[in-house]
Design a protein around this ligand. Structure first.
Ligand SMILES: [Fe+2]
Length: 290
């Protein structure tokens, strides 16, 4: 059985995983996070360093640093981890569309965002696979929350990113550029068609009604009990529910810094002036402001 170590990043309610073959010690990290406070611009590596400590203590060889999608609520530690541990950074090939959208939105330099330095070492297509020790890891394209969302499937475990939440959490919003509730419904159907005992591992848990942290359920439990998409909910009903909910949501607190950095796998912007780095914050005028 493949080994899975879970790390919970409290500030962003993100669950990050170190997945490894205990025989060969080959390992991968899924959905890493940097620590960040938006109001002060402080960025630090306490959470990522806990993972590094675990990896070193267990003498793991990091092969891959994976993203399930370009996150809008936390900043990826992929670049930091690659610098410390080696391994290849990878995501779904849909990230190219996300990059294009946000390079335009923020008026970023294409060179700085997508090249010439390879921010991602590999972009996966649907159906791609690779070996982690003696285990085959398959990549399933599961867009809808974002158009680059993928699920990593290994040894009866599916790391689903934000394609599903725990049954009592329902689903993630679909109103980011490239998101689509009907596409998400199809992706969830794809996950719900996996063998019933497959374990689904979530990227977030917001602990609805103050319950204890949970981040893993089976396909069977999700199909039966997910409050948004279960075996009794039609695509039309889900789209209506999801879209009406999304209309009420404000932008995520860390949307602008997160997507700006995550389209480059958490690579920091170049230093300017006296050696400081900056992120952009768009302004939206309401009414007339001179
Ligand atoms: Fe997300």
């Amino acid at each position: 059985m493949i080994s899975i170590k879970t790390f919970f990043h409290q500030a962003s309610s993100t669950i990050s995983y170190v997945v490894y073959d205990a025989q060969t010690l080959d390992a991968m990290i899924i959905d890493s996070a940097l620590d960040y406070t938006a109001h002060s611009g402080k960025l630090w590596t306490e959470f990522a360093d806990q993972q590094i400590d675990f990896i070193k203590e267990n003498k793991l060889n990091i092969q891959w640093i994976l993203e399930t999608h370009a996150h809008a609520d936390h900043i990826s530690a992929a670049h930091y981890l690659r610098a410390k541990l080696k391994g290849k950074i990878a995501a779904g090939s849909g990230i190219k569309k996300v990059q294009k959208t946000f390079i335009e939105f923020f008026n970023l330099s294409t060179d700085e965002t997508t090249g010439p330095e390879p921010h991602f070492d590999k972009l996966f297509e649907d159906g791609d696979s690779f070996m982690l020790g003696s285990y085959k890891v398959s990549v399933l394209s599961t867009p809808g929350h974002t158009n680059d969302s993928v699920t990593y499937f290994v040894d009866d475990n599916a790391f689903v990113g934000d394609t599903l939440f725990m049954p009592d959490g329902g689903t993630a919003r679909c109103d980011f550029p490239g998101g689509s509730a009907s596409v998400l419904f199809e992706s969830i159907k794809r996950l719900h068609d996996l063998p019933r005992q497959t374990k689904l591992w979530m990227c977030h848990d917001y602990q609805p009604a103050g319950r204890e942290l949970k981040y893993q359920c089976t396909v069977e439990q999700s199909r039966a009990h997910n409050i948004h998409v279960n075996k009794n909910v039609s695509c039309d009903d889900f789209v209506r529910l999801r879209e009406s909910r999304d209309k009420t949501l404000d932008v995520p607190r860390l949307l602008y810094p997160a997507v700006q950095l995550n389209i480059s796998a958490g690579r920091l912007p170049k230093k300017e002036g006296k050696g400081r780095r900056y992120i952009k914050q768009p302004l939206f005028f309401v009414g007339e402001i001179l």
